[in-house]
Design a protein around this ligand. Structure first.
Ligand SMILES: Cc1cc2nc3c(=O)[nH]c(=O)nc-3n(C[C@H](O)[C@H](O)[C@H](O)COP(=O)(O)O)c2cc1C
Length: 215
């Protein structure tokens, strides 16, 4: 068996997948995100829409987990979850979040910070109904972030699905989307010798200021 504790300390990957320059990025970071996301799609980066969502309590205690990006519009970035989950509660008392994407194959990281709002009920409903029926039932029966047994979860799921066998499942009030409205976005491109490119956008009086940051 390898001594991974020694190996991780000595592991050294040179990042040589590309470069990023402030003179070539889009003036709008959401459009720059869409450009990079397009490349991740073309290159078939695995689960390119998964990202780490960080939230915090009112007093600033952080928590983080992976969720899926389900939409991007001119206002921001959307994901869907249970409003009564731990993240939902934290967003209720402190509506700010950070999103972190890391695409290993491209040596690229994107960090997005901003205020968070719930998407409209209509948007949540539309997305809810686009999901497979078994996932819709999952959203109803899982009291996300609370203790539960596997048996209880599966029994509730089966009973719910059989109840709605021939009917449309209504969208639950406790489940829906959030939109992160960016105030700061950073694009990171891994470079050799740890001299990475970091191009940041910060919203200043309604205008995006673009600048390079030290790696
Ligand atoms: C690849 C991946 C994708 C996930 N996507 C979602 C998602 O879109 N929405 C969601 O609520 N949870 C998603 N989860 C589960 C969350 O990571 C987390 O376990 C759950 O939302 C409860 O988090 P909380 O207790 O911090 O609120 C995903 C997990 C993984 C590993």
């Amino acid at each position: 068996m390898t001594d991974w504790k020694k190996d991780i300390a000595s592991k050294h990957l040179e990042f040589e997948a590309g470069t990023l320059d402030e003179s070539h990025v889009d003036k709008n970071p959401i459009l720059q995100f869409e450009k990079w996301f397009g490349v991740a799609m073309e290159q078939k980066v695995q689960e390119q829409n998964s990202f780490v969502l960080s939230t915090a309590t009112r007093s600033g205690l952080p928590s983080a987990r992976v969720v899926l990006l389900k939409g991007v519009d001119t206002k921001g970035f959307m994901f869907f979850t249970n409003y009564e989950s731990r993240k939902g509660k934290e967003l209720e008392e402190n509506p700010h979040a950070c999103m972190t994407f890391y695409w290993t194959a491209l040596h690229r990281q994107i960090r997005i910070e901003g205020e968070v709002e719930k998407v409209s009920e209509q948007e949540s409903k539309e997305y809810f109904h686009s999901r497979p029926k078994a996932s819709q039932a999952g959203a109803w029966v899982s009291p996300q972030s609370k203790p539960i047994t596997r048996k209880e979860l599966e029994e509730k799921h089966a009973a719910f699905l059989s109840k709605y066998e021939s009917e449309e499942i209504p969208a639950p009030q406790h489940w829906g989307g959030y939109r992160v409205i960016p105030e700061h976005i950073e694009f990171w491109q891994g470079r050799t010798s740890r001299l990475h490119d970091r191009i940041a956008y910060t919203l200043d009086n309604g205008k995006w200021r673009i600048y390079r940051m030290a790696p």
